[in-house]
Design a protein around this ligand. Sequence first.
Ligand SMILES: *Cc1c(COP(=O)(O)O)cnc(C)c1O
Length: 368
Amino acid sequence: MTIKFLDLAKQHKQIADQLSVAFVRLLEDSAFINGPHVSEFEAAFAAYVGTRNCVGVGNGTDAITIAIEALNGKAGGEVIVPANSFIASSEAVTSAGCRVVFADVSPDSYNLDIVDVVQRISPATVGILAVHLYGNPANLSELRALCDKHSLFLLEDCAQAHGASFEGRHVGAVGDVSTFSFYPGKNLGGLGDGGAIVTNDDALARKCRMIANHGRISKYDHLFEARNSRLDGLQAALLSAKLPHLDKWVGARRVIASTYDNLLQPAGVQIPPTNPRGTHAYHLYVIRYADRDRLAAWLGEKGIETGIHYPIALPALAAYRYLGEPYEHMFAVRAAAQVLSLPIGPHLEVDDARFVATEVVRFVQCNQ
Ligand SMILES: *Cc1c(COP(=O)(O)O)cnc(C)c1O
């Protein structure tokens, strides 16, 4: 038996007819760049998140860069970023002409540790980029209050959190601007790259749209130099076909997660923290275990695929040596040696999760 970490083919097979209809419609009107498929998806996704605007862009990394450019112009300054995330979160800050300042994450959430964030605010700070890592919503009310107090922008990187909510609202609606990725493996993924920027600020949305489309006012009239980063009509049409299934898919992730929780916690395994004021979207189910590598190898022998998110914390990457900041003391750096992502997703049955958890518990009990 093989328990796959991700199985998009299985998920797509279940909705193959709906994806085909979307594809045929796109071929018929051949609206590949901008056009009705993009605006339809943007409206549907804005309604889902609960924001006034959605701007489709080329990918989730560009979404962050464009959002920061729209908020901050070319003014530079420092943006505080969590030390545990995918490199896109910090890389995009640099691409937007700002300086990355890493803050540690908390063991209670794997998200930004507010106490450390406060210590890293300087006169040069312009904003805070909060990642809802693994799908667990960050403490948005504290972050919002902190940003308001210091006149900073709050950007939510929701790339792992489609379907997560905080205090009854979907993530993405509290930040000045929020970004999503539709990379195929995300909770809502296209059949290729894609991303979106959401905001309640109409002027900011217009600016993002112009930055993503050559600073364009009309076909050959441009207000400023910018870039080309648009959501394809093809991806938009496919995403529109998938969006109605998102809540059901996230629900299936939660069922797998609670099966794991119920079996792993009594055995003393460090299960994923969840924000008590929100609901986790379980893009990833990440446990912490001291002898992680041997556990992963054991599971591999049983046919269970696992992942590591992430094996090296961002400040410890060679890419950030230039910052010259000490990072060895960070929880994010220590946790990187212990985190292990178990398979999760709508492709799994509860029995699959029971099998995985049973093998984890067996290993842990034999190695106490
Ligand atoms: C996937 C991801 C991104 C980047 O998305 P792309 O669409 O791959 O560019 C950004 N931030 C986080 C936290 C991600 O997981």
